[in-house]
Design a protein around this ligand. Sequence first.
Ligand SMILES: NC(=O)C1=CN([C@@H]2O[C@H](COP(=O)(O)OP(=O)(O)OC[C@H]3O[C@@H](n4cnc5c(N)ncnc54)[C@H](O)[C@@H]3O)[C@@H](O)[C@H]2O)C=CC1
Ligand SMILES: O=C([O-])CC(=O)C(=O)O
Length: 247
Amino acid sequence: MGVSITEINQNNHAQMQIMSVYVRNKEKYEWLETEFGVKLYTELESFLTSNIDIVVEAATVEAAQNLLPTIIKHMDIVLISIGALVDESLLQRVIELAEAHQHNIHLPSGAIGGLDLLQNAHSLATVQTVALTTRKPAHSLTNEKLNKEKVIFKGTAQEAIKQFPKNINVSIALSLAGLGIKQTTVRLIADPDIDKNIHQVDVVGDFGEASFVVKNNPLPSNPKTSYSAALSLLGTLERLVQRIKIG
Ligand SMILES: NC(=O)C1=CN([C@@H]2O[C@H](COP(=O)(O)OP(=O)(O)OC[C@H]3O[C@@H](n4cnc5c(N)ncnc54)[C@H](O)[C@@H]3O)[C@@H](O)[C@H]2O)C=CC1
Ligand SMILES: O=C([O-])CC(=O)C(=O)O
């Protein structure tokens, strides 16, 4: 999510600076040091003991699963590869570590909205169903040449993220806010005629019904990702230091 480093270090968003970046290949990212004055680390422990207060993860579900337990022992984290938390034993372990070390795990809404309403409705009353219908440009989901839309997945959020770990992190955010990974349903549609990532969330509960549709433009600097996902990450950081909490 390249927008973040420009936004934070040059436009002074969130009253923060990115000081350190954890990478696997230093040579590939040397330009970040030159352009933004950050320091690169290939050793996780050195990265975590460098001059930083919080980690922002924007890598992959697999990387997040591997790194999360160590990171949470050291400090707070903003996690955007939320699909990592589909692993229930990892989730439990990470919650215990967060509690033991008094650190927080921030999960941005990412490319969807409505998680505040869902959380309230689920934790304080009863929610009956949560359904996600995601429609993405066909080429981002399949190598198959399609001339019309095709439902390429129908099932639980748990199964969806296993089959599409790069594409449906939002389903695990929804699951954690509501009915869990086994009862949150997902339909994933490959559509050759669109260039947006469209997420529709339908919730039915004692409070009534809610539907949210987000038609996401691609992030200009990284078109496979939705623009709003990067904004959500930045917004989560910004809200950490704001005195008025909304939602
Ligand atoms: N929650 C949400 O709504 C959304 C979540 N995502 C997720 O956010 C994450 C980042 O997305 P993008 O910026 O589009 O991905 P990207 O593929 O453009 O960038 C990921 C970066 O992480 C690096 N990386 C991968 N494994 C690593 C490791 N083990 N250690 C250090 N660096 C590692 C890669 O080299 C790459 O530079 C992905 O997991 C994606 O699925 C993306 C969009 C929305
Ligand atoms: O960018 C999006 O629209 C959502 C996405 O990829 C994800 O949830 O993993």
